[in-house]
Design a binder for this molecule. Sequence first.
Ligand SMILES: [Zn+2]
Length: 432
Amino acid sequence: MIQDNINFLTDGLASENLTKLVSGKYVDFVGASLVSRIFMKSKKPLSMKHSQRAINHQQTINYVPLFIAPAQVLRGENILSQSGVAIAALGKRPLVVGGNHTLEMIQPHLKPIIQEYKLETARASYLPDCTESSLMKLRETATTHKADFIIGVGGGKALDTAKLLAHQCQIPVVTIATSGATCAAWTALSNIYSETSAFQYDVTLARCPDLLILDYSLIRTAPQRTLVAGIGDAIAKWYEASVSSGNSNATLTIAAVQQARILRDILFQKSSAALENDQGDDWREVIDATVLLAGVIGGIGGANCRTVAAHAVHNGLTHIQSAHHALHGEKVAYGILVQLRLEEMIQGNQLAVSARKQLLEFYTDIGLPKTLEDLGLEHISLSQLRQSAEVACQPNSDIHRLPFSVSPEQLMAAMVSTKELVESPVGRETPA
Ligand SMILES: [Zn+2]
């Protein structure tokens, strides 16, 4: 059994609008917690009610906040069964938030903890999605139950809902990841969707979760497709962070981009073996990569390592009903190919050509989608494709972090040519 108990940071409540001009200069938005500890020179963590004051203070004297990691991370085989002390330390009246199926699945795992620590527990589904109306209902449930902390269980959307609910109620949150599909268990970010599951906007949270539980035995029960999607979402960190970081010389930005490169290489090296044997070391390393390291990169890189075109393409695709069965990481993986194709088509970037060729081979090996057809969108109409491209090219879209402008027409052309012929030593051929 592996048990890591990482006590990085504790508290520090940041406002949502820290990405702003401070002393006339754009500030790296990397969170409040670490800065609270470093710059305030406080030996004790700040309590939440004092934290906003601290943030205001930080802004006036040019502090750069950092959201690097959850306060505590417990990981290992069957680690949930040994997490009672850490969970009960956060309160007495948890509200457990997840999908209907996951809430049923997790019940036998949580029951012994609830009984041993005499927790007064309520549970609520976040479905149909992480929407404003779901959050409103959940806030009512949390108030009625007098919840003093939230336990989020599930994949990206369930955990995003639980984190944002806790943020809005200003109470702690535990994230229990049930798949390797995203790094949502780690990050201080939630995505909001519409009632029809179309991406709306993201919300930067006050801090990373108070406790993250990564139980390998629980994650092993998830469909393998979720891990494949998680690999797609995690590998995007490199292709997006290396663009969005620009020519930054900032220490933490450079560190984050280099970690993103390492993450990419780990996934290239270990994904196939991981998917073949979920009992092996490679499988555990790949889970650590998709759930933990991907989150670290977002934490350290902050505003300089945000998403670019790959996630913008994902966001556009969520506005097409027939794309809803595809997982987040599957759409993002396809979006990386689109981003590289744009760099080729508009910039004439030859490195993007070889990067795309390398990814096409990797996707073939592990089963990530390479085309709209692979995403099940072979019957997509031209107007649907245009709608999705227009959403991805909206003025506030991350696609504009690319160092050139992109029109919906150019994006549409890239979206239908992700597997475009690639030069090979024996001539032009379509990669398998
Ligand atoms: Zn993502």
